[in-house]
Design a protein. Sequence first.
Length: 196
Amino acid sequence: ERGRKLFLGEVDFLKGVVAMSGLPPADRIEVCFAGRSNVGKSSLINALTGRKALARASNTPGRTQEVNFFTMADSHYLVDLPGYGYANAPLPIVAKWQALLKSYLSGRANLRRAFVLIDARHGVKAVDEEIMALLDSSAVTFQTVLTKADKVKEAEREKILTQVRSRLATHPAAFPELIVTSSEKGWGIPTLRATI
Ligand code: GTP
Ligand code: MG
């Protein structure tokens, strides 16, 4: 565990942002985690850093309501985003953070790669397509990460993987290689860490 932490460098929470004006200066490389509400973004950040409660995760869709910045080894930012799609929060608030999410994804100069998380049980949905199209048009390279792989049988996972690959082929900004993960079991975490 210690070795793993050293590999990513020390990761610390910096700030939660509610408006574009609150973003830290774009003075270092940044990667972000995007995906539908409840897909497992915050849990993945915790698994990556080996810290259970660095990013707040919960069973309630809409847990993360700010753009949360984490510093990594004083040289990178990791960004945990609010989810898109259904969220268990008041509508005007959801609308506000969705607008911020879109401005962030399309207008952040130092964003080197977005990780787009897809639930291994559900595959690519219409809202995912919308985000991928936004990333295409903003020329932000994105890489798909399948989450909660522990929740599906292998045959089912293969079926979903085929669906996801065929969807990705239609997106010019998509990085072709998928990473299959389970934050619960630690699957795919070293691969994702190495990618970052
Ligand atoms: P929002 O912030 O609401 O958009 O959600 P999120 O994408 O950050 O999801 P979060 O990490 O909060 O996880 C949602 C739920 O899924 C929690 O109850 C997690 O414990 C569970 N979960 C996340 N990753 C995994 C996984 O790999 N396996 C299993 N079995 N459960 C997971
Ligand atoms: Mg979250």
